[in-house]
Design a protein around this ligand. Structure first.
Ligand code: APR
Length: 174
């Protein structure tokens, strides 16, 4: 199942949530700041031990005080107006689903829910409409290439009205 909701990703009860992270996996602003604040200081400590990443890469951490089971930290690209950013943004979605699938197998679960914020569309400046297009295309692609990943319920959590409308429109045209 793929669904779209409007709200705060930190306040809802998903199995896994994705953080729009920076390459150092440090506390930041936006959704990253909200996640670190609610997870508590142990998340800062844990993330300080993670090796630095590049755009498109992901890491997993415990959720600490958040209601979810774990956090997937995806390094979004900083938008430069170049087509090369598209591949890195797609990799965030692809690699997050792959890591969620690994988590599901490791924990012998039949299903997990995976919630995404609109990666890179805030502080990193990616245009909302093209980011939405990349997110949907990548999720559809990985589900069609690896049908077992359909056991992962994907939830796009839109914080801003502009994203909510874009994602709803994309959902209607599925
Ligand atoms: N829940 C869901 N979405 C949220 C929340 C929230 N609580 N807070 C903000 N957002 C949305 C924003 O509206 C935006 O659409 O998350 C999207 C991504 O915005 P940012 O959080 O600014 O992330 P990004 O553009 O990827 O920039 C990442 O910002 O905080 C730093 O450490 C982070 O350096 C990294 C950079």
């Amino acid at each position: 199942m793929i669904s779209v909701i409007k709200g705060d990703i930190t306040g809802l009860d998903f199995d896994l949530i994705v953080n729009a992270a920076n390459a150092k996996f440090m506390r930041g602003g936006g959704v990253c700041g909200a996640i670190f604040s609610k997870a508590g200081p142990l998340l800062d400590e844990y993330c300080a031990s993670l090796p630095e990443g590049k755009a498109g890469e992901v890491r997993i951490s415990p959720a600490f005080d958040l209601p979810c089971k774990a956090i997937i930290h995806a390094v979004g690209p900083i938008y430069e107006g170049l087509t090369k950013n598209a591949q890195d943004l797609a990799s965030c979605y692809w690699n997050s689903v792959a890591l969620a699938y690994e988590y599901m197998r490791e924990h012998e679960l039949d299903k997990v829910s995976l919630a995404f914020p609109c990666i890179s569309t805030g502080i990193y400046g990616y245009p909302h409409d093209s980011a939405c297009d990349i997110a949907w295309k990548t999720i559809k692609k990985i589900r069609s290439a690896f049908p077992d990943t359909k056991a992962i319920d994907i939830v796009f959590v839109c914080y801003e009205q502009v994203d909510y409308e874009l994602y709803k429109k994309a959902l209607r045209s599925l």
